[in-house]
Unconditional design. Structure first.
Length: 269
């Protein structure tokens, strides 16, 4: 567990924009010292300037989270400056929708490398120290697509289901050691990633999700901080996703029929 966020060292992968940047700001507002990890140095620099202008303690490291070597080097450098990681939030990820028969093999591979292994590499860097200290919080961003697979996400959803499985098992292993583990299931969130994702969505996918207004990244960040402070495992920033998770198989037949209707309508249109 984390006994208060003031003075804690929080590391956020994918911290240069979107949910990651919003989470860094929310943790900084609680008095945490934040470290941002991302692969785009220019975005990292801008994010750092923005956070420092609010008076937050910030440092950055460039790394592609799909590379275990780059993640290890980035975390080692950050820890040497700011001390052991007290809170890890893995926000780095990619979503590349598309129809199964049209997607290249590389898309499936990249989703697993970034979304799953990108999470795993970061967790592997901080978990041993947290267990030794019997303190810490590990938060992974999964997706509503890990609650129910959706048309157009045959590459993305399996990677996020893998994150879900990792965190469920990890929670049971690390809880006795005093380490808090959480998994977040956001719906569409208004971020640069969503704008890029929308470029690739099949019309059927857009018809399924197009009626749902994306959440603000700040709302997801608030849910993450509350989960750390209250030591919650499953985090559903959106009520509809929470309801879907609660009903589970009972709701699946109804939802599948709804999806089928929307797909048929989109194809006719």
């Amino acid at each position: 567990m984390v006994t208060g966020l003031h003075g804690a060292h929080a590391v956020i992968t994918g911290g240069s924009s979107g949910i990651g940047l919003a989470t860094a700001a929310a943790l900084g507002a609680r008095g945490a010292s934040v470290s941002l990890v991302a692969r785009d140095e220019s975005r990292l620099r801008k994010a750092s300037v923005s956070l420092k202008s609010r008076g937050y303690s910030v440092r950055t490291a460039v790394a592609d989270v799909s590379s275990q070597e780059e993640v290890a080097a980035a975390f080692a450098g950050l820890v040497s400056v700011a001390g052991p990681c007290d809170v890890l939030v893995t926000c780095a990820g990619q979503a590349r929708p598309g129809e199964f028969l049209s997607l290249d093999d590389e898309v499936f591979r990249r989703m697993v490398e970034v979304d799953y292994f990108g999470t795993l590499h970061a967790v592997r860097e901080v978990a041993p120290s947290m267990v030794r200290r019997r303190s810490g919080s590990i938060v992974a961003i999964s997706s509503a697509a890990a609650v129910l697979g959706i048309y157009g996400y045959t590459a993305y959803a399996p990677a996020k289901f893998a994150v879900r499985g990792l965190m469920e098992a990890l929670r049971d292993e690390l809880n006795p050691a005093g380490v808090h583990v959480a998994c977040v299931y956001p719906p569409d969130v208004d971020t640069p990633q969503l704008a890029e994702e929308n470029r690739w969505k099949p019309v059927e996918t857009a018809a399924i999700s197009g009626t749902i207004r994306p959440m603000a990244a700040e709302a997801v960040a608030s849910a993450i901080v509350r989960a750390v402070e209250r030591e919650r495992y499953a985090v559903y920033p959106d009520r509809s996703v929470a309801l879907l998770a609660a009903l589970g198989p009972l709701a699946a037949p109804f939802l599948r029929r709804m999806v089928d209707r929307r797909v048929r309508h989109a194809r006719r249109a």
